[in-house]
Design a binder for this molecule. Structure first.
Ligand SMILES: *Cc1c(COP(=O)(O)O)cnc(C)c1O
Length: 347
């Protein structure tokens, strides 16, 4: 991917990871009280972990450098070598994490297609739980994702997943990279989602604007295991209170703003749905992620033609994925729509 120089004129819709730390975050980072976190001595990291555990309603929490490492530590903590986790075919924890669970943990994935609403069909989940037989891997964990491509899992579905997990003795992990987008969309406290899970991974570096980091929230037992794995994976950081300081602001001050991102996604979808050559369904947009299809297939060089106009969109997925975030403002909706019109005319 081309490297893009920081530039106020560029509108970057590739992901909500592109947000830069706010002035308040930079100030908190500069002033953060720190210590050596590998010794457990960093008061700012400890405070972030306490806040995360409190907000998610778990016994403990652990600050990690990335969501990928957080999910991996969770999988390694739930499963042993020769165990299996059930996961979405298109899930981040299966498709986008380099096969880490299999490579580093000897943990076999059992992928299933996501349903159109982002859930896994629980009948299919049950059907692929392996019997206790030396032919098979031991099915140990069910891993869900919320939001999944911007879609929010219904609370009653989560309750059903918990029942299945209990019935079959499975752990239940949530890749909740965007769990706060889900809670804001549902208008519930995040504990109404997290309470069903044994472990939850939350990204601070997406819509919540922190520059770096995720928190894994779970029981003290799981977190004690995850702490070991984090060290082994090279994620034991030293004066990481500098990063955690931004994470604290992310968790305590940025959740409410996600509502604005959702409204901007809705506005953007409406503007794009008015362009004849584009297909974009505003009713399908639940949170901050929208998908846009060019009616006659993906026009050649559309991503490049948008880039020439200072608009960055992700061309990895087809249809195109656009993600709104703190650094994308309502006033920019029209400019993005105009750029699409222009790019399509020019093609
Ligand atoms: C971004 C993301 C992750 C991982 O985050 P990184 O910090 O980029 O490693 C995990 N799951 C989902 C669904 C994500 O969107």
């Amino acid at each position: 991917m081309n490297r893009i120089a920081p530039n106020a004129e560029v509108i970057d819709l590739r992901s909500d990871t592109v947000t830069r730390p706010t002035p308040a975050m930079r100030k908190a980072m500069a002033e953060a009280e720190v210590g050596d976190d590998v010794y457990g001595d960093d008061p700012t990291v400890n405070r972030l972990q306490d806040i995360a555990a409190e907000m998610l309603g778990t016994e403990a929490a652990l600050f990690l450098p990335s969501g990928t490492q957080s999910n991996l530590c969770a999988l390694l903590s739930h499963c042993d070598r020769g165990d299996e986790y059930i996961v979405g075919q298109a899930a981040h924890t299966y498709q986008f994490e380099g096969g880490g669970a299999a490579v580093l943990g000897g943990i076999q994935p059992q992928p299933l297609d996501f349903m159109p609403d982002g859930s896994l069909d629980l009948e299919q989940v049950v059907a692929c739980i392996k019997p206790d037989d030396p032919h098979f891997a031991r099915t140990r964990l069910l891993c869900l994702e919320n939001t999944q491509d911007g879609k929010v899992l219904p609370l009653d579905y989560l309750a059903q997943a918990r029942v299945i997990a209990d019935k079959y003795g499975l752990g239940l992990h949530l890749d909740g990279a965007r769990i706060f987008n889900a809670s804001v969309k549902l208008g519930v406290r995040v504990t109404e989602i997290s309470r069903y899970f044994d472990s939850i991974s939350v990204c601070l570096s997406k819509g919540l604007c922190a520059p770096v980091g995720s928190v894994l929230c779970a029981s003290s037992e799981i977190i004690a295991k995850a702490l070991r794995w984090r060290k082994m994976l090279g994620g034991g950081m030293r004066q990481s209170g500098v990063l955690a300081a931004a994470g604290i602001i992310a968790m305590t001050e940025h959740v409410e703003h996600l509502q604005q991102d959702h409204e901007n996604a809705q506005r953007l979808a409406e503007a794009l749905s008015n362009i004849a050559d584009l297909h974009c369904d505003p009713d399908a947009v639940q949170t901050n992620i929208l998908f846009v299809e060019v009616k006659n297939g993906l026009r050649q060089n559309l991503v490049e033609k948008m880039q020439e106009q200072g608009i960055l969109v992700s061309g990895i997925k087809k249809p195109l994925r656009l993600v709104t975030h703190f650094d994308f403002k309502q006033e920019q909706v029209e400019r993005v729509a105009a750029a699409f019109s222009h790019a399509l005319q020019a093609s």
